[in-house]
Design a protein around this ligand. Sequence first.
Ligand code: IPM
Ligand code: MG
Length: 361
Amino acid sequence: MSKKVLLLPGDGIGPEIVAEAERVLDLVNDKLGLGLETDHALVGGSAIDATGVPLPDETLDKAKASDAILLGAVGGPKWDELDMSIRPEKGLLGLRSNLELFGNLRPAILYPQLASASTLKPEVVSGLDILIVRELTGGIYFGQPRGVRTLENGERQGYNTYVYSESEIKRIAKVAFEAAQKRNGKLCSVDKANVLEVTVLWREILDDMAKDYPDVELSHMYVDNAAMQLVRAPKQFDVMVTGNMFGDILSDAAAMLTGSIGMLPSASLDENNKGMYEPCHGSAPDIAGQGIANPLATILSVAMMLRYSLSENKAADLIEDAVSKVLDQGLRTADIFSEGSTKVSTKEMGDAVVAALESLV
Ligand code: IPM
Ligand code: MG
């Protein structure tokens, strides 16, 4: 039976970058005879405009029925005034929670060709290869109760709840320990165990589980220190594991080490490695429609999708090689442009990756 891939372009630059990624996916599908079937659906602001809700039932049904999902980005100023419950971001969060995509893998790899694009000194970042494992369906993002209430004195109070149950901690820790086993055997768990009980429990569970992974060296770090260490000496890290909100923040910081968040793919996986794949960056409304966004994070997300959810390692390798090749050619979108390289548009970058792939397959 053929496998199904659902494409969710979303908002802002989403449709522009997903269009290029789709060309890449179609090419490997065709040339390598992968037999994948692709379909499209609405999510986020574009879904609100068309149907009134950020995650229409039709989209969720299609997502459930597919083997893997590629998402562009959601959100933008047009929908910022809407009530929290129907904002575009709810579409993304709804997909993550309904599909139980609790394991978010965010690799931060510095391509040698881009060493000068980072705002950090080349010696600090050269050779950087970190994997952030972020818990994605729990923590303060989803904890109940939440809201804004009015106190007896008439003052309004906003509140959210930071909760993690043992099973939630165990399943994300398992993903992280196993990832560390496949890499350099180092796992740093990031918490705020000097203040927050929920992360004291997190730390205890990680320590317990470490006994089952004698080949992994586990360390713990407070999140404030981890933020500092990421910009001070990022190469000390191999795999980092953390909760939903800390992971959101640290993964943006890690992304910038590589020169541009426009380069970073991500995978969000469930227990069975069914997954949703997204670039780490957002919808970038400031540059939407200009055709200048970097499609490489989305194209690299296709590679991750082929590897993790579709077991097509060869196709994944080819896409990554093609991206490396276009970087060797000196082609750069505006976000990674530096003196001496050639500035290209979103579409030209897509063309170049497609051409490189054609020469490789
Ligand atoms: C991310 C994004 C999302 C998040 C937003 C768009 C809800 O920042 O994937 O990192 O906070 O998880
Ligand atoms: Mg984020």
